[in-house]
Write a protein that binds this ligand. Structure first.
Ligand SMILES: Cc1cc2nc3c(=O)[nH]c(=O)nc-3n(C[C@H](O)[C@H](O)[C@H](O)COP(=O)(O)OP(=O)(O)OC[C@H]3O[C@@H](n4cnc5c(N)ncnc54)[C@H](O)[C@@H]3O)c2cc1C
Length: 379
């Protein structure tokens, strides 16, 4: 097909794309196969260009426009949109690097949608933080680094040509050559520095086990990425070694605005379905209006934060968005009654998908706020 390139969140082509994604969303959820067709469609509509500068073939949308785009896309298909957030997270990390040659090598095909990249960074942010030993380690050797261990959660790793991976630097003991043979970094002391690389997935020692079966979003093919003494060249380094490498350069932060935007998108889809039911059932009108008003309020909170005129903190926003997406999706299920509980009905899918926001990129204060709300403990 000849899709029209979407040039702004107001572009009617965005509505066309979202309609097509929504039509395929239930079948995608049931089959759990990688959404290759949906991602190709997004490429044809120019979605991947939103996130990159014109130098690389992008349209460089501002943050507000990107979040509007994300809200619309996630109302159509959360799984596809979530994969795009991981892809654009990788793109932003690469684009924020000082490594010009790496950018020239990777970014044009990522903007065009002909290659796929994703991120494996949660083990430095929101996963495995209570463990004493780092799960993914890097040792400096001549010409690069040897990486060993695993990243616990990587979306679409088996479909990626490159993965933005973070690793904890451990002592090298003066290893000579590229030192790959027989190197065991598991018991080496961390140096206090971290490394961020754009890992080519065809390197020796890279493996991706079958993806995990999930409560929702199984089609995101999320699972472990394993590295066994993988030699990564200096040319593939994005940033570091340095302390707190995730704070260097640019890129998405944990619990950032995009998570709330996606929650608002799914909540919007659920509210729209209640509105459809309410056309024939007066008793749905009052809850519908209350949920619509709350959605509008949280939307206002989101964009106030983006414009630098906050009316709440980012963590409060995330808590509000999580609460809303859980309640709107369950309200949609209640309105759809037993039919909504059938697999293949969107209300059933939205309820499972809403649970994702309780665990995705959730810093500890957000987890705590969710738990307190669920326990009925007020702020
Ligand atoms: C579908 C999905 C897709 C994802 N995609 C990506 C991706 O593409 N890239 C990426 O980087 N990340 C991704 N993530 C990771 C995500 O952002 C979070 O980092 C992840 O959900 C954190 O969960 P965890 O179980 O690893 O947390 P952990 O904190 O490691 O908890 C694991 C277990 O450890 C125990 N535990 C936790 N805290 C403590 C403690 N203080 N003391 C003792 N025991 C404790 C608990 O039993 C817990 O169940 C994804 C997650 C999901 C669910």
């Amino acid at each position: 097909m000849n899709a029209q390139r979407i040039t702004s969140p107001e572009d009617p082509a965005l509505g066309q794309l979202c309609g097509q994604l929504a039509e395929m969303a239930d079948a995608l959820d049931e089959k759990g196969t990688w959404p290759a067709e949906q991602l190709k469609l997004c490429g044809e509509y120019g979605v991947y260009q939103w996130f990159l500068e014109p130098t690389w073939g992008g349209q460089a949308w501002n943050e507000e426009a990107i979040l509007q785009g994300y809200m619309a896309l996630s109302a159509g298909c959360l799984t596809t949109t979530f994969i795009i957030t991981q892809r654009s997270g990788a793109c932003r990390r690469i684009a924020g690097s000082d490594n010009r040659q790496l950018k020239e090598r990777l970014l044009p095909s990522l903007a065009a949608g002909t290659t796929f990249s994703t991120v494996g960074i949660s083990h430095l942010t929101t996963s495995r933080q209570h463990l004493l030993k780092p799960v993914l380690r890097a040792v400096r050797v001549s010409g690069g680094y040897v990486l060993d261990g695993f990243s616990p959660w990587v979306t679409g790793a088996a479909h990626a040509q490159s993965i933005v991976v973070a690793a904890t630097m451990v002592e090298s003991d003066g290893v000579q050559g590229n030192g790959v043979e027989g190197m065991d970094s598991a018991n080496r002391q961390p140096t206090g520095e971290q490394l961020l690389v754009a890992l080519p997935t065809d390197l020796p020692g890279v493996s991706v086990p079958a993806p995990a079966r999930l409560t929702g979003l199984s089609a995101s093919h999320t699972g472990q990425l394993r590295l066994k003494q993988t030699f990564v060249k200096n040319q593939d380094v994005i940033a570091g070694p340095t302390e707190d490498v995730m704070a260097s350069g640019q890129g998405g932060t944990t619990g950032g605005f995009q998570t709330s935007a996606l929650a608002l998108g799914v909540a919007q889809a659920a509210i729209d379905s209640i509105a459809q039911e309410a056309l024939h059932r007066d008793n749905l009108q009052a809850p519908l209006e209350a949920l619509q008003a709350e959605h509008e309020q949280i939307r206002t909170e989101l964009f106030a934060l983006v414009r630098g005129e906050p009316i709440c903190t980012n963590q409060q926003l995330r808590g509000h968005a999580n609460s809303l997406v859980l309640r709107t999706t369950q309200a949609a299920l209640s309105a759809a009654k037993g039919s909504g509980y059938l697999m293949g009905h969107p209300a059933s899918r939205w309820c499972r998908e809403a649970l994702f926001f309780l665990v995705w990129s959730c810093p500890q204060p957000v987890v705590q706020a969710n738990l307190c709300e669920l326990a009925g403990i007020l702020d």
